[in-house]
Design a protein around this ligand. Structure first.
Ligand code: ASP
Ligand code: MG
Length: 413
């Protein structure tokens, strides 16, 4: 008998009516002969409401107590779902994280799962129950409640699928799959039938917010076949899986964009050991995440260093840099927060040349200036003026013919 883990996000359990349709889906899967475990988030908006209550008391709150509060949303949704399933004539049991022991570390508000004790769940499944599990939460060694970070119920579902050696993990959400680009920007964007774990990881870190990144890392590590599909309409969704031959032959699978960055340049940085360490230690100490970094070679004994930070941290970063910049004797700090990052992602880049050329030519043809470039094995990102972002995304989507079926874009070897 096969075992399926289904996960439903906040929108999918946002009302009693929606909860009833989740119940119907779980029952349908059971009637098809599967054992069914369902993981759910809190009802839409509920976690935000709980976070706001905490933040309304004090800015720097105790994270242990924060977890006690924000984990509460899922307690309601699992109970309601179990009741809805039983109301439709099937049998269901709900569990909180600590009851089936999602054992985590003690990093409150962003804990990591270490182990799941699956025996109670397996027992119930054998007896014919649909098992409903609270996403987003766990318990640490001391018995304290922990949460996994916002969006964490994706990770709960994948960890559960890995622990139970499920045949599949289906993530139901409010989009019907992963797209070649944001359909709100590119009208010809297509749903991808399949995408590799590595591509999805790049896309997640580049700002495509379909799945919590950690869940994709886990799916990759434990080779969990993961499907993203809509809870609102029927469809095949997108399957996340290991790379296959077709993926390697299409060069670029998706164009992503991210508006959430700002650029900072330190001018006239003296060319000697330790300067980069001084600059970036100051940012790290302030827990500001640096993304791209560019430093030119110096001809004259000094150089410029440019990097990007999350836009929300821009002002803070400028303040933090004042002292180290003086210390190292750099000339000036300048910045720009109206930039955007546009990226081409595809595992085919590993084995094909000419991708950067095609990308830069396409942008040049539209008169779009590139401010920064960075690459990984399967990604090329450019920073450009925010006002050209949408144009750049469309241009690149065209240039790599992403409106065509993957089979028609195969590059002959
Ligand atoms: N309810 C949690 C949140 O809103 C977890 C999740 O939805 O995945 O972040
Ligand atoms: Mg989510």
């Amino acid at each position: 008998m096969s075992l399926i883990v289904q996960k439903f996000g906040g929108t999918s359990v946002g009302s009693i009516e929606r909860i009833r349709s989740v119940a119907a889906r779980a029952i349908a899967a059971q009637q098809q002969g599967h054992q069914v475990v369902v993981t759910v988030s809190a009802m839409a908006g509920e976690t935000n409401r709980l976070v706001a209550l905490v933040e309304g008391i004090i800015e720097r709150y105790n994270k242990r107590e924060y977890d006690v509060v924000v984990a509460a949303g899922e307690q309601v949704s699992i109970g309601l779902l179990a009741i809805a399933i039983e109301a439709m004539g099937a049998r269901a049991r709900s569990y909180l994280g600590w009851q089936v022991r999602f054992l985590t570390d003690s990093v409150y508000s962003k804990a990591r799962i270490q182990e799941i004790e699956g025996f109670r769940i397996r027992d119930d499944l054998e007896k014919g129950y649909i098992v409903v599990i609270a996403g987003f939460q766990g318990v640490d060694e001391k018995g304290d409640i922990t949460t996994l970070g916002r969006g964490g119920s994706d990770t709960s579902a994948v960890a559960l699928a890995a622990a139970l050696e499920a045949d599949r993990c289906d993530i139901y959400t409010d989009v019907d799959g992963v797209y070649t680009s944001d359909p709100r920007i590119v009208s010809s964007a297509r749903r991808l039938a399949r995408i590799s774990y590595d591509e999805m990881l790049e896309m997640a870190s580049l700002g495509a917010k379909v799945l919590q990144t950690r869940s994709v890392e886990l799916a990759k590590k434990y080779k969990v076949p993961l499907r993203v599909l809509s809870s609102l309409e029927e469809g095949e969704g997108t399957l996340l899986t290991e790379e296959d031959e077709l993926m390697e032959k299409v060069v670029v699978s998706a164009i992503t964009h991210n508006r959430d960055e700002a650029k900072i340049t330190i001018l006239g940085v003296p060319d000697r050991p330790g300067v980069a360490a001084t600059i970036f230690s100051a940012l790290a100490d302030a827990t500001i995440n640096v993304d791209m970094i560019i430093q030119n070679i110096s001809e004259s004994g000094e150089t410029d260093v440019t990097f990007t930070v999350p836009r929300g941290d821009y002002q803070h970063a400028l303040e933090v840099l004042a002292i180290p910049v003086k210390q190292i004797g750099a000339k000036e700090v300048v910045g720009n927060r109206t930039i955007a990052k546009v990226s081409a992602v595809g595992v085919g880049m590993r084995s094909h040349t000419g991708v950067a050329q095609r990308m830069f030519n396409a942008l040049a043809a539209d008169g779009i200036n590139i401010q920064m470039i960075s690459t990984s094995e399967i990604k090329i990102s450019v920073i450009l003026d925010e006002k050209y972002m949408e144009l750049a995304v469309r241009t690149l989507h065209d240039a790599f013919e992403l409106d065509k079926d993957a089979g028609d874009r195969v590059i002959a070897k």
